[in-house]
Design a protein around this ligand. Structure first.
Ligand SMILES: Cc1cc2nc3c(=O)[nH]c(=O)nc-3n(C[C@H](O)[C@H](O)[C@H](O)COP(=O)(O)O)c2cc1C
Length: 173
């Protein structure tokens, strides 16, 4: 099966993960903002997106391209400050992806990076306000001071799954 990686990224960490996955798997990597490749050329899709303000950054792209996505095997990797868990699942649910995608996609949660001095003034201000209101002390500190959880080894389960798809073997674990 032939696949490709389509990522959205605001500050580069999702792009970094997409490139690492591309290098390791040999799949082509496309930025959804600057390229418009034909999705019909691929049998499976690897979609990468950060969580920005409690939503998936690529949700509008998915909606706009839904006719070409709906019948394909799809992997979604998210990049966020929060780890895998209820909060992340809620934000994905609130991103209003098509139900068919949510029920069939394979989701992998990766953790990203946030460097305060790289942020736009608006984002910096919003995160400071968010930090002041956040009852979770760890998340509040991260919103204020930033964090770096980038971890190349965390893509391993994604690579394993891609390998299964490339060999069209859905039974392997
Ligand atoms: C403006 C802004 C809003 C964010 N909102 C969230 C959020 O709601 N939940 C979360 O877990 N992480 C949030 N993050 C952390 C990002 O998901 C993390 O920094 C990610 O690595 C960004 O990906 P990118 O570098 O590809 O843009 C936010 C980061 C920024 C800059």
């Amino acid at each position: 099966m032939k696949g490709a990686i389509f990522f959205a990224s605001k500050y580069g960490s999702t792009e970094q993960y997409a490139n690492w996955i591309g290098e390791a798997s040999g799949l082509p990597v496309f930025d959804v903002k600057s390229t418009n490749p034909n999705l019909a050329d691929y049998d499976f899709l690897v979609l990468g997106s950060p969580i920005i303000y409690y939503k998936l950054l690529n949700r509008k792209w998915i909606q706009a391209n839904w006719v070409n996505i709906e019948n394909k095997k799809t992997i979604l990797f998210t990049v966020s400050g929060a780890p895998a868990g209820k909060k992340l699942n809620r934000w994905i649910a609130e991103s209003k992806l098509p139900n068919k995608l949510v029920s069939s996609m394979e989701h992998f949660a990766l953790r990203g990076r946030q460097i305060p001095k790289e942020l736009t003034w608006y984002d910096r201000l919003m995160l400071i306000i968010g930090a002041l209101k956040n009852p979770n002390p760890v998340a509040s500190k991260e919103e204020l001071n930033g964090f770096d959880y980038m971890d190349k080894s965390s893509i391993e389960p994604i690579l394993k799954y891609i390998l299964q798809l490339q060999h069209n073997d859905f039974t392997a674990s």
